[in-house]
Ligand binder design. Structure first.
Ligand SMILES: [Zn+2]
Length: 504
């Protein structure tokens, strides 16, 4: 009897679970027997592995090969186990020594000719391996940089199965850790200096950046809604190292990382089209659920252009993600969770005819209301800042008053954010948008003369209770930007006007 074992990792969402792979070779009818597993789940992998082994010039054992994966309840779909399976079988057959396999995680799909193909989720897989105490990993060469993001794990890259087998035999070395990835801020090519006019919308963008508030831009085509939205991430601070790994893990599982600079250090900007599927928007799909746009926008900005065109089903799915800060998908193998804490920016035309100038609109009043009504009340209620874009006038095109650059605005945003962090740090909140309503109404309650205007709005029903809380959060951000210790009447009134401004 000849037995060997090694490790790979299964992924449930962004959570990795180390999987021990064992192979046993015994007399009996030649073939591959998968213990405790439905044959179908690994059949493709089995065939690929056998072909890759043969095409790498290695004999496949002409006896019965039994393979077991544990824990058995984990998802066995996917191709990430290929390399581990191949090495394990060859070690059981005594073609390679088993020594190095013991504490090593092997990740990668095998092409039929023996090349290692990259798999999704290398970063979260290795984070899980590290938790298990496994301190060495062999990954496809193309995933080496991503793998190297995980400290305290020795990562080695291989291009082919032959290289891995040579390494197990002590004949060849594998590529070791690549040089550390630079996390220095790369200047975004999108600068606010390129956006002409729109003082209200620029101000709203700055407030949104400073407090982490959601934003709605309403205006005719060509007024620069998209240009502004694209520049929001450039006003936000770079991601903390913890957030950076978290965001990178989501993008890794989504298969959206580049191999040369895998670490995502800046807040992502994600802009799904209004025809995108619900699955692409919030995640899901067949088999193992993949992260959707809301999760790729985690710790960054989700921009919905032509928001009214998204339809109730997508907007409702979006609202759920917004409320819960994560998306859950029920799967046969368990619940798959993806984080989804993003800043929402909506842009919409004021009406179905989308006129270049407001006076050219040919829509009836009910048609305008109905169009705007497509943004559901509960979703809209969560949008703190609503601005109407102005028509671009020739006077704005004067080259001499060049608009403020992103760097100038970012400096103010950074100052304001520091004030907020300082105030809330004992509670663990980063931005004013994070602060729960009760805290604003009790410990940080504002004097009644300051909130009078808000109480009036509540009484008349022009703002909901939740809307009033959101107003207070914006007022705190306005105070932070004005370098005040707390909001006054002006800040509360301005916050309310941002909310009240009926966009349609
Ligand atoms: Zn119209």
């Amino acid at each position: 009897m000849a037995l060997a074992s090694t490790w790979s990792v299964a992924l449930l969402g962004v959570d990795g679970v180390p999987v021990e792979i064992e192979a046993d070779i015994s007399g009996g009818v030649p073939g591959v027997h998968l213990i405790g597993l439905p044959d179908a789940s690994l059949r493709e992998s089995k065939d690929r592995v056998r072909a890759a082994v043969r095409n790498s010039g290695e004999p496949w054992p002409q006896r019965q090969v039994s393979i077991a994966l544990s824990p058995a309840a984990l998802p066995k779909t996917g191709s990430g186990y290929d390399v581990a399976l191949a090495c394990c079988v060859l070690a059981a057959a005594r073609s390679v020594p088993p020594t190095l396999l013991a504490g090593t995680v092997l990740l990668g799909e095998l092409a039929l000719d023996g090349r290692l193909r990259s798999v999704r989720g290398v970063l979260p897989a290795l984070l899980a391996a590290r938790r298990k105490g496994l301190c060495r990993a062999v990954v496809p060469l193309t995933a080496l940089r991503e793998a190297a993001l995980v400290d305290d794990v020795e990562v080695l890259g291989a291009a082919t199965l032959s290289e891995v087998l040579g390494w197990l035999r002590g004949e060849t070395e594998l590529a070791a850790e690549p040089p550390p990835v630079s996390t220095s801020r790369t200047a975004s090519p999108l600068d606010l200096a390129d956006v002409l006019g729109q003082p209200d919308a620029r101000w709203a963008l700055e407030v949104a950046a400073a407090g982490g508030h959601h934003l709605l831009l309403t205006g005719s085509p060509g007024t620069g809604k998209t240009m502004l939205a694209q520049r929001l991430t450039g006003l936000l601070p770079p991601l903390s190292s913890v957030d950076s790994v978290e965001v990178t893990a989501v993008h890794s599982v989504a298969g959206a990382l580049t191999s040369d600079e895998p670490l995502i250090a800046e807040p992502p900007f994600v802009a799904p089209h209004h025809t995108t599927s619900v699955a692409a928007l919030v995640g899901g799909g067949t088999g193992l659920a993949r992260p959707g746009a809301v999760s790729k926008a985690h710790r960054g900005v989700l921009f919905l252009d032509e928001a009214c065109e998204f339809g109730p089903q997508r907007l409702d799915a979006l609202r759920t993600a917004l409320e819960e800060g994560e998306v859950r998908h029920a799967r046969r193998d368990g619940i798959v969770r993806y984080p989804a804490r993003f800043q929402l920016v909506l842009a919409t035309n004021p009406c179905p005819c989308a006129p270049a100038k407001d006076i050219d609109c040919i829509c009836s009043a009910p048609a305008r209301r109905q169009y705007f009504g497509r943004l559901s009340g509960p979703l809209l209620d969560r949008v703190d800042l609503r601005v109407r874009m102005r028509p671009i006038l020739a006077m704005h095109l004067n080259a001499e008053d060049r608009p403020e650059s992103s760097a100038v605005v970012r400096a103010r945003v950074s100052q304001a954010r520091q004030r907020a962090v300082h105030r809330w740090s004992a509670h663990g909140w980063q931005t004013n948008a994070d602060v729960p309503g009760p805290m604003l109404r009790r410990e940080y309650r504002l004097p009644s003369q300051v909130t009078d205007v808000l109480n009036c709005a509540l009484t008349t029903g022009s703002v909901t209770a939740r809307g009033a809380d959101r107003c207070i959060r914006v007022a705190w951000t306005l105070a932070d930007l004005a370098e005040l210790d707390r909001p006054g009447v002006d800040q509360v009134a301005t916050a309310l006007s941002f909310r009240d401004r009926r966009a349609a």
